[in-house]
Design a protein around this ligand. Structure first.
Ligand code: FAD
Length: 236
């Protein structure tokens, strides 16, 4: 079922990423954190449909979306023209990247807009989970870290959450970790054989991180991803 949603607010998160609060008055969004909706609109006589993942929890009449703009991207450019008071069509929520077990320790391993399902699942885990969570989030530069403030505030509020950022292209002032997420795993985690690991990001990162987790002893059933990335990377 599709809905016409009102754009309540639009806010800049990084130079190329905006946040959007969408509201469907009188409707309650019920979904599993980590699932995505779709944005739908007509362009050149064709219907454009693209998935986007809310970062908020279910149970309200709103979805909070985080959308990175690609200059030649149809849907992301369309959304970046939206202003409060505009309306957009959204599709039903679906998807399989959801919290498997709130009683296990978890690792959330992400890059870029891959943070969107991880943030929603993290919020659920901080409400329901009984173990330890560690977010390892990779970006290219400091200014492109999406939701850095939110992640830091959640870490400040929850003693069972650690957050680590790593940059692949830092400036000279950055004193944090450098390089890809998958290259820090053995250093950051004592034992990855018992954690549930949630992986989301650009396809090569997902494929390489899953391979590294397997090398470090994480059983296949504890590695959770959307699953389409392997096909995109073509087995590399
Ligand atoms: C399950 C799922 C959930 C998603 N959730 C989000 C989300 O929460 N936030 C978000 O911003 N995106 C998300 N995406 C990606 C989103 O659906 C679109 O693919 C993205 O916004 C580009 O769509 P577009 O119509 O703007 O670009 P298109 O018109 O489809 O593509 C045009 C051009 O954009 C560029 N481009 C598109 N995607 C990428 C990419 N991943 N990396 C590099 N260049 C690219 C390429 O140059 C491409 O040629 C998700 C995707 C999936 C599969």
């Amino acid at each position: 079922m599709t809905h016409t949603a009102e754009v309540v607010d639009v806010y800049q998160l990084t130079p190329t990423v905006k946040g959007f609060r969408l509201r469907v008055p009188g409707h309650e969004f019920n979904f599993e954190p980590g699932q995505h909706t779709t944005i739908r609109f007509g362009s050149g006589g064709e219907e454009v449909v693209r998935p986007y993942t809310p970062t908020n929890l279910p149970g309200s009449d709103e979805l909070a979306l985080t959308i990175k703009r690609y200059d030649d991207g149809l849907a992301s450019s369309y959304m970046h023209t939206k202003r409060p008071g505009d309306v957009v069509e959204i599709g039903p929520l679906s998807g399989d990247l959801t919290l498997a077990d709130p009683d296990r320790d978890v690792a959330f391993l992400g890059t870029g807009t891959g943070i969107t399902p991880l943030l929603s699942i993290l919020r659920q885990y901080l409400r329901e989970g009984t173990g330890h969570a560690h977010v390892v989030f990779g970006e290219k530069t400091e200014s492109s870290i999406i939701h850095r403030g939110t992640l830091n505030e959640l870490a400040a509020d929850h003693g069972n959450l650690d957050v680590t950022f790593t940059l692949s292209d830092p400036n000279w002032e950055w004193t944090g970790r450098v390089g890809y997420v998958q290259n820090h795993l053995d250093d950051l985690f004592d034992d990855l054989s018992t954690r549930d690991c949630y992986v989301c990001g650009v396809p090569p990162m997902v494929v390489q991180t899953k391979a590294r987790l397997a090398e470090l002893g994480t059983p296949g059933e504890r590695i959770h991803s959307e699953g389409w990335e392997d096909g995109v990377v073509g087995g590399s």
